[in-house]
Design a protein around this ligand. Structure first.
Ligand code: PMT
Length: 429
């Protein structure tokens, strides 16, 4: 979450951060700082092995609180800390979590402070694992993770990449920013509080796949489910925006509380967008719009013959480019780029060519990324020169939150004063 806007909402929220033994233990300091910046009061518990990687003193200095390793230790100010600690927190985060602690949690073993705390706590639990790829992929770990998920524990899957041991694969601790964002989402859900940082904004977003008819029963299309766009629409509504969605074909369920207009072909979607655009203050093109359509759509079903047929394709309207070409200085324009090669270079080229404020690039060749997946991994590149934001693989609902954080940031920069608003055709400064 954008920390400046989250501060008051999370002020004083009691969060426990459990740290296990692994190279990634040092990254827990960044998680702690992120939580504190959001306003949370954080207490830290460490396993004995974690203390071999980072000294408890580091976390004591950062949190200003005694760090509990062993509640039977003579220096522990609270002799039944695993009860008082666990029952006063509103969220328990384990980052990094080892295969060992996951196994203990899954099997109800409580042989140290952290595992006793887990068992004694009624707060939601967020686990960010970090371990060697083979350990992460071992059937025993998978079994334990599934069992904990069934118990309601929320996981932030580890990232893919090179491990400290040189192995390449999944197992790296997720980015601290992502762990903090997930924690904020849980705290928001449990407290029923959502930051209203898009209040007053009117979001118009395209979603799903277009269909370009060949004849009355066949069409050219793609595999977009609409999940990414709907996740953004839903999150934006919860953050206070009035949301209109122009949707092509979708298999994901549309969220409640939005205005939904169906438009199946690129031409229909173009017309629907242009009709709704004067009202909008933010436009996001998340739909997978066909670049070409059959130059002619047959009136009757095309009959099968023994000869080949050739279908001539013509260009469709480029909705996103046409929106951006209006150069409205009261409108933030954000596109997506679905790429299969040279992802960032191609996305940058689209950002420049279509004159966008930002573009969200996804490498749709990667597992779990892009079309018809529950997760996504994206890079948000903005025109204002800020370093690109890489959002590692995570549920599209979480990706949506991070994209909207960037929308809020960019909107604050470009938002004109009221007398400048609604001036179609004006050049952006
Ligand atoms: O719906 P999901 O299953 O959740 O999948 C999500 C997604 C992969 C569809 C989404 O993350 C995504 O990448 N959407 C954009 C897909 C796309 O058409 O990308 P593109 O690189 O071809 O187009 C670039 C941009 O121009 C997009 O914002 C697109 O909406 C827009 N465009 C493209 C062509 C066209 N004729 N008009 C447009 O407005």
């Amino acid at each position: 979450m954008a920390q400046d806007t989250s501060q008051n909402v999370f002020q004083g929220k009691k969060v426990a951060l459990g740290i296990c033994g692994g190279i990634a233990a040092y990254k827990a300091a960044e998680v702690l700082r992120g939580l504190q910046k959001a306003g949370c009061a954080v207490r830290v518990a460490m396993t004995a092995r974690a203390c071999e990687f980072v000294q408890p003193l580091t976390f004591r200095a950062l949190s200003g609180e005694h760090v509990v390793v062993d509640d039977y230790a003579p220096d522990n100010p609270d002799p039944i800390a695993h009860i008082t600690f666990s029952q006063t927190v509103e969220l328990l985060i384990i980052a990094p979590a080892t295969a060992n602690i996951i196994g203990k949690f899954a099997n109800g073993i409580a042989d140290d402070f952290l595992s006793s705390t887990y068992l004694a706590s009624t707060a939601p639990v967020l686990i960010a694992p970090a371990m060697n790829t083979s350990m992460w992929e071992h059937p025993a770990t998978k079994r334990n993770v599934e069992r904990l998920k069934a118990d309601g524990v929320i996981f932030i899957e580890p990232d893919d990449g090179e491990m400290a041991c040189g192995t390449i694969g999944p197992g790296r601790l997720s980015e601290p920013e992502r762990i903090v964002a997930a924690a904020m989402e849980i705290l928001q859900t449990t407290s029923g509080v959502v930051v209203q940082d898009l209040a007053g904004e009117k979001l118009l977003i395209t979603v799903g796949a277009t269909r370009e008819p060949l004849d009355p029963v066949r069409f050219l299309s793609n595999n977009s489910s609409g999940r990414m766009g709907f996740a953004i629409a839903d999150a934006a509504r919860k953050r206070g925006a009035k949301v209109s969605v122009i949707a092509g074909s979708t298999t994901a369920e549309a969220p409640a509380g939005i205005a939904l207009i169906r438009a199946f072909s690129a031409a229909e979607m173009h017309a629907a967008v242009m009709n709704a655009l004067p009202e909008a203050s933010i436009f996001i093109g998340a739909a997978a719009v066909a670049d070409y359509r059959p130059a002619q759509s047959a009136q009757q079903k095309i009959k099968k013959t023994d000869t080949e047929i050739t279908i001539k394709l013509e260009r469709t309207e480029d909705i996103l480019a046409d929106v951006a070409a209006l150069n409205r200085d009261d409108l933030l324009v954000i596109g997506f780029a679905a790429e299969t090669e040279n992802v960032l270079a191609n996305a940058r080229e689209k950002l420049r060519r279509k004159n966008l404020d930002a573009i969200v690039a996804n490498d749709v060749m990667r597992e779990g990324v892009g079309f018809n997946t529950i997760t996504n991994e994206v890079t948000v590149i903005s025109r204002d020169g800020k370093a690109p934001i890489h959002v590692p693989l995570m549920p599209k609902t979480n990706v949506a939150t991070i994209i909207l954080d960037q929308v809020v940031r960019l909107r604050a920069r470009v938002k004109p004063t009221s007398h400048q608003r609604v001036v179609n055709g004006r050049k952006k400064a």
